[in-house]
Structures are given as structure tokens and as C-alpha cells.
Ligand binder design. Structure first.
Ligand code: ATP
Ligand code: MG
Length: 490
């Protein structure tokens, strides 16, 4: 027999001895004198086991614990008695985290569960494995309902308790002498760690508001969502690199800005107004923003909302770390009329339809200034428009929309990014000619991109580049004849 085996045997023996001693002291009197003493002896037994459990929460064998807990739960009187007495003398304290606390969802609960689930190492015996859509790797989660954790040399014990009615709690046991560490920094650490794990796993989603006619009483039905899988990034955005860097830096500073916003006493929100002709990349930039920040998008369709109250309700149901988007703001609500813009026949028709829509400019402004500031943290608001001049100044003044971003026709700097994306080209003999033509015409990045797509049967890069030159020359001719036409009409 090896030295190790001997030691193990010795350990086992000593454990059995302790158990026998304990049991002996109880069993003997238990069956001694008469039956009337049995009740109090059972209580004594339970009391001792419960004491052991409380004094050695981590060490006691699970089977004994379960035996004890089951026995105690079947005997409410003893449980109450043991609980009260032991709570008084026990050097251990417990904190319970329930999913719902005073009728409100307890956000610490899922964070704690995520933290506990993430404590995976080779010593763990029970794991859960899963693979989410779009992921290559498998995820493993701890599947034990008990966990011993250590933080700054302090030992604590977690237990996830599932009740028959479906409610779950996470229970933390720790020595009272560690009260400061546990309630001060440890729990903060656990919740933050859990939230950051959730954050990393979170998939970016796009939410669309359901027509208010379909709403039910519950707020769950206000928005429908799907996974957001748009491939656009700032790398692939064709625009002036300096302007691009400015926007990226602004977004990143916003994300890291919690302390700064607190210091200056402003709500942690930022508004971007994207304006420019169709096909210049406004919607593409919103996708790039979402991918850069890892924020979900709430695509707000104002025309399907009945009134300002519904707008409020929708906005209050958005989560933090999100981008709330209102595309084509000039077409979404009747906010241009106040400025007396001349309307043509078609616009007048559209206005008639819009009149029915009761979301007003003041409703929207109230939201930006008031409710907007009150609803949680970290939100970005993006408006897009093709017609900056049509918008009411009140809506777009600085402070409401912090940054105005103009997306415009494709010039050479933007073209180089598209040439890299579509043809993997850094330079080419035809670039010079294209540069001059792009300066002389107004072609959108969407049209340039379309021309750079390699057509069926084409190989190499010359075909798409020459195709682009032809399209640009044609555009130049058209622009020229349009100008001549205008001149002759004068
Ligand atoms: N600046 C750009 N960089 C990269 N791709 C672009 C850019 N602008 C347009 N595109 C391409 O053109 C397509 C249309 O662009 P997008 O939908 O973003 O335009 P938009 O400005 O939102 O137009 P609209 O005003 O009509 O909504 C995109 O799918 C994208 O491939
Ligand atoms: Mg768009």
C-alpha cells in the first residue's frame, strides 16, 4: 500500500470516528429511557447537524446537508426553532437574491447567475454545453447548484435554490467577519463581472416597433426583433478618412464617457443627424455604428405610431446601450409645415396622409429633452434626412443633435476605399482619370459601388474600372445638357 493510500485510509477512519462519536452520543440516549424523550432527541440531532452545516457550509458532505435540510423542512417547528436560535449564534450571514424583488425585476439576479455559470475550470463536474446560432465554438456553463468562491482571501458559498413554483434564488453564505469585503467590493465585482460577460455574449439586434394597433397590454409587444447581421463597418465606409476618424473618436469617447457625463451633469446620450442625398451611406453608417459599439438598433417608424403618448411608451421600452433611429425624419412627421416650405402637388398629398399621424414635433422635442434624459443610460439617437433645409431648426439645434454628419457624393478619397473593398486595389493607372471625373460629377457611393461590382464573365479589374469611367462620362454629359436646358429655359 502506497504512502498516499495509507494517508487516505487514515483520513477516512478519522472521519468515521468523528461520525461514530457524534452518533453515539445521540443514538444511545435516543433509544434509552422512554418514547417521550425521542422527540427532543430528534430535535437535538437535527440541531447538531444544522449547526455543523452552518458552521462548515462548504465542507459538509452534500448528502448530509440534504438529509438535514429535508428533515428540517418536514418538521416546521424544529426548523423555526433551529433557524431562530442558530441565526442568533451563527457566525455566518446569508444574502438572498431573488429574480423579482418587491414586484420589480432584480437586475443583479441574472448577472449573478451568469457569473456563477462562468466559473468553469477542470475541477467542475457538471457542465452545460451549447452552441448559439452564428457561433463556431461551443459555450460551456457550470451546472452545479453549489459553488465555493474566493475573493481577496475571503471564502464564500453560493447556492442556487429552485422552488417548486418555478421561482429561483441565489443564496450567498459568508462569515460575518467578512461583511465589509462581501457587501462592499465582492458583490459589486460579481454583478459587474456577470454583466460584462452578458455584454460580450450579447448579439446585436435590430428592433422594429409594431403598429400600435397590435399592441397588447404587456410592453413585450411594442417591439419585434431579429439578430442584426449587417456586415458594414467603418472600414468599409467610403468617405473622407479624416471625417471618419472624427466620428469614430466621438463614438468611442461617448462609450467611455460615463464619468464625464456625470461630471458635467448631462444625461449620457448623444444625437447624430445624418444628412445627404439618397445612396450616400446614411443607413450604412448606422449599421457601422451598431457594429462598432455593439449596440442594438431600435428602428422607430413614426408613421405607425398613433400619438405622443405611444411614442413615450415605445421609447421607455428601449434598453440602454442602444441606437434609436428615425430614418427620413422629414417624411416621418409633419414638422416641415411650420416653416412654410413651398409644397408641390405630391408633397401636399403626402402631407394630407401625415396629418392623420398625431406624433408632433413638440412630442418629439419633449422626448429628446425630457424623457430621453430620464430613460436609463447610454443611448444614441440618430435621425437621417435627404433634406436638411426642410427640417425645423428647433429639432436640429446643437444640444439636441450633437453632431451633424454630411454624407455626400463620392470623391476620390471615398472611391479609393470602395476600390479596395470591391477590387482589392490600392492603385491603378486608371485612378487619375477617375479622380478627375469624380470631381466633375456628382455620383453617389452607391452608384460607384454598383459599377465596381465584377459582372458575370468579367475577369480582372480593368473591366469594372472602365465601366465606371463610361458611367461617369455619361453622367458628365447628362449634367452638361441639363445645365444647358436650364440656361435656355431662363
Ligand atoms: N459611403 C458609403 N460607403 C460604402 N458603401 C456605400 C456608401 N454609400 C452607399 N453605399 C452602398 O450603397 C448602398 C445604399 O446606401 P445606403 O442605403 O446606406 O444609402 P442612404 O444614404 O441610406 O440612402 P437613402 O437616403 O436612400 O436611405 C449600400 O448598401 C452600400 O453598399
Ligand atoms: Mg437609408
Amino acid at each position: 500500500m502506497s504512502q498516499d493510500q495509507k494517508l487516505l485510509l487514515q483520513k477516512k477512519k478519522s472521519k468515521r470516528n468523528l461520525f461514530e462519536i457524534l452518533m453515539g452520543s445521540i443514538v444511545k440516549p435516543l433509544f434509552g429511557d422512554n418514547l417521550t424523550t425521542i422527540g427532543s432527541n430528534i430535535a437535538g440531532l437535527l440541531f447538531i447537524i444544522e449547526t455543523l452545516r452552518r458552521y462548515f457550509p462548504g465542507q459538509l458532505k452534500v448528502t448530509i446537508q440534504e438529509l438535514l435540510v429535508n428533515a428540517i423542512h418536514r418538521l416546521p417547528f424544529f426548523k423555526k426553532f433551529a433557524d431562530k436560535t442558530l441565526a442568533f449564534f451563527s457566525p455566518y450571514a446569508q444574502i438572498r437574491f431573488t429574480e423579482v424583488e418587491e414586484y420589480r425585476y432584480n437586475y443583479a439576479y441574472p448577472a449573478i447567475k451568469t457569473y456563477l455559470g462562468a466559473q468553469v475550470n477542470p475541477q467542475v463536474k457538471n457542465l452545460k454545453g451549447s452552441q448559439m446560432r452564428g457561433r463556431k465554438s461551443l459555450d460551456f456553463k457550470r451546472d452545479d447548484d453549489k459553488l465555493e468562491d474566493e475573493y481577496e482571501g475571503v471564502k464564500v458559498w453560493w447556492e442556487v435554490v429552485k422552488f417548486n413554483d418555478g421561482a429561483n434564488i441565489c443564496r450567498l453564505t459568508f462569515h460575518r467577519s467578512n461583511w465589509e469585503v462581501v457587501t462592499g467590493s465582492y458583490l459589486k465585482y460579481v454583478v459587474e463581472e456577470g454583466k460584462s460577460i452578458e455584454e460580450k455574449k450579447k448579439k446585436v439586434k435590430i428592433f422594429m416597433n409594431n403598429p400600435s394597433l397590435n399592441w397588447e397590454m404587456s410592453t413585450m409587444n411594442l417591439w419585434s426583433s431579429i439578430d442584426f447581421e449587417h456586415p458594414a463597418t467603418f472600414d468599409t465606409m467610403a468617405m473622407d478618412p479624416k471625417k471618419k476618424d472624427e466620428i469614430i473618436n466621438d463614438l468611442l469617447a461617448f462609450r467611455e464617457g460615463e464619468e464625464y457625463y456625470k461630471k458635467i451633469g448631462k444625461a449620457w446620450k448623444r444625437g447624430y443627424l445624418l444628412h445627404g442625398p439618397p445612396g450616400t451611406g446614411k443607413s450604412t453608417m448606422i449599421a457601422a455604428m451598431a457594429n462598432l459599439m455593439g449596440y442594438s438598433i431600435y428602428d422607430l417608424e413614426l408613421t405607425s405610431i398613433g400619438n405622443n403618448w405611444e411614442l413615450k411608451k415605445l421609447l421607455l421600452a428601449t434598453t440602454s446601450k442602444s441606437i434609436i433611429v428615425i430614418e427620413d425624419i422629414d417624411c416621418s412627421l409633419d414638422i416641415t409645415g411650420e416653416r412654410g416650405v413651398k409644397e408641390d402637388q405630391i408633397n401636399a398629398e403626402i402631407k394630407k396622409v401625415k396629418k392623420k399621424n398625431a406624433v408632433t414635433l413638440s412630442g418629439l422635442l419633449n422626448f429628446i429633452d425630457g424623457i430621453w434624459s430620464a430613460c436609463g443610460q447610454e443611448r444614441i439617437l440618430v435621425f437621417t434626412t435627404n433634406h436638411l433645409g426642410k427640417l425645423d431648426q428647433a429639432l436640429i439645434r446643437r444640444g439636441r443633435m450633437d453632431m451633424h454628419i454630411e454624407l455626400s457624393y463620392c470623391r476620390f478619397e471615398a472611391f479609393k476605399i470602395l476600390a479596395k473593398n470591391y477590387l482589392n486595389l490600392d492603385s491603378h493607372l486608371l485612378f487619375g482619370e477617375i479622380e478627375t471625373l469624380l470631381e466633375e460629377t456628382n455620383m453617389t457611393p452607391a452608384d460607384v459601388a454598383e459599377n465596381l461590382m465584377v459582372k458575370d464573365g468579367e475577369s480582372g479589374v480593368d473591366g469594372p474600372l472602365k465601366g465606371l469611367i463610361r458611367a461617369l462620362e455619361q453622367m458628365k454629359l447628362n449634367q452638361h445638357s441639363n445645365e444647358q436646358q436650364k440656361e435656355s429655359n431662363k
